[in-house]
Design a protein around this ligand. Structure first.
Ligand code: GDP
Length: 446
């Protein structure tokens, strides 16, 4: 499908070595012809695809010296003809050249419009397009890795395999419905139930991986809690490696929950420094305390900090009560201030000043957040995929329950519903609204 030419700056805003302006559509080379003067003898219309040509790029009121490359349909990102200009990486340079492409007839590209065209032209599945967005938006290496697996159609291929098996089962159901034979049908229903059960198990394995995938995408929430002045902000800063939270010697100054994002072995952790959870007459501080309590309650992992060998009191007991049932790491901080070697039940002894125990604390955070380190499998990271797979699984459960109880054509309806739910992942049965929503999350130029 050859649409009108659209163009956008493909590189991020700001200054850089190079900026790229991308035009995709039915004849971007015609636009290039009007605004690019090659250095060599080859005229723009004779450009060989996938080769860089140096020359002068017209920015309307100025010129730049840069490169032009032509990608020939369908072997391009969008599946259409594409021309890209590489110019000097200044915002005004790139914007001027972009405006010139508009003057030459290109339309401004909408958010994710290049990738949307790629999807509509069958270059990638809907899940793969979402993988592109996950890679771009990924804040940790694990997220990028999971995004790449999506992008490279790993999930789509698995889903297509399941769909094709469902299709075969549906065809069998159709035959039985059209040519019913009592004794054969009974055997068929039994075999069908076994086959559907097998498919359900595969779906369940996929949906189970969302427990980890979800944490990869949104990060493990960690509440650092304990009495004021035990060194919570200092520990947070030490873990992040920079001064994020405000450290103060006056008890109760960490009034707000300060968030810092930490990457441990490629995985994301959202750290919350909670205000001192304690009784206070100060109104603003009380608001902070309420907020801290809600963070502590909703956290995936709690880090409970006390000072060196300090006896636990009622305040500590209150915090410990709040984190009951949650993965907990007990930290004794300010270890640099003592030589006391008394046995404790702490998981780790730290010093935010010298850095002692910080690596171990990070290791414990990883273990409590994700369990044992394992191979980075193809985790489900998109809630949309999780929901579609769950719906497919539910439909198959209904189909299995109906086996032997209901006529085959009714069972077929549930099986078809499972097939449709899977199609939402690949894009086959995704509605226009779903597609719009997915691409609206992209940036312009992708
Ligand atoms: P918070 O109220 O629990 O967040 O505690 P802060 O991080 O604000 O620290 C309170 C005080 O203890 C500050 O003066 C810190 O410099 C100090 N402090 C924090 N951690 C350590 C540590 O490991 N060793 C020593 N000697 N002082 C620390």
């Amino acid at each position: 499908m050859m649409e009108e030419n659209i163009s956008a700056i493909a590189t991020p805003p700001g200054k850089g070595g190079v900026a790229i302006i991308r035009i995709s559509g039915k004849n971007p080379l015609d636009i290039a012809k009007k605004m690019f003067t090659p250095v060599g003898k080859t005229a723009v219309e004779d450009f060989e695809p996938y080769r860089m040509y140096p020359g002068q790029i017209d920015g309307g009121n100025f010129c730049d010296y840069g490169l032009c490359v032509y990608f020939k349909a369908p072997a391009s990102y969008t599946g259409e003809d594409i021309v890209e200009f590489q110019c000097h990486g200044g915002e005004s340079v790139a914007r001027g050249i972009l405006k010139q492409t508009f003057r030459m007839g290109a339309k401004p590209a909408g958010r994710g419009e290049f990738t949307k065209r790629a999807f509509l032209n069958g270059k990638l599945s809907l899940a793969s397009a979402e993988g592109v967005a996950d890679m771009i938006n990924g804040e940790s290496e694990a997220e990028v890795k999971a995004g790449y697996l999506l992008y490279s159609e790993k999930l789509t291929n698995t889903v297509r395999d399941l769909q094709s098996e469902l299709k075969t089962l549906l065809a069998g159901i159709d035959v039985s419905v059209d040519y019913p034979e009592e004794d054969i049908e009974e055997q068929h229903v039994q075999e069908l139930a076994i086959a559907l059960q097998g498919l359900r198990m595969r779906l369940s394995t996929l949906t189970a991986s969302y427990a980890v995938g979800k944490k990869i995408k949104s990060g493990v929430t960690v509440a650092i809690c304990g009495k004021p002045n035990t060194g919570k902000s200092s520990l947070l800063n030490r873990m992040l490696g920079y001064d994020k939270a405000i450290v103060s010697e006056i008890a109760g100054t960490t009034r707000d929950a300060v968030e810092g994002v930490l990457e441990i072995d490629g995985r994301k952790f959202n750290l919350y420094d909670t205000a001192g959870v304690r009784e206070s007459g100060d109104r603003i501080e009380n608001i902070g305390i309420e907020r801290a309590e809600s963070i502590i309650r909703s956290a995936d992992v709690a880090v409970f900090v006390t000072e060196t060998m300090q006896q636990l009191d009622d305040e500590d007991a209150r915090v410990l009560e709040m984190v009951k049932g949650k993965p907990l790491i007990k930290v004794i901080n300010k270890i640099d201030l003592t030589n006391d070697e008394t046995e404790t039940d702490a998981d780790v002894l730290t010093s935010a000043v010298t850095g002692e125990g910080i690596a171990r604390l990070k290791e414990l955070l990883y273990e409590k957040g994700f369990g044992e380190r394992g191979e980075d499998a193809a985790f489900l990271i998109e809630e949309r995929h999780f929901e579609a797979l769950t719906r497919a699984n539910d439909a198959l459960k209904r189909a299995i329950d109906a086996c032997g109880m209901q006529p085959l054509d009714l069972i077929g309806i549930d099986v078809k519903e499972a097939w449709d739910a899977l199609g939402e992942i690949t894009g086959e049965t995704a509605t226009e609204a779903i597609i719009e929503e997915i691409f609206s999350k992209f940036c312009v130029g992708k």
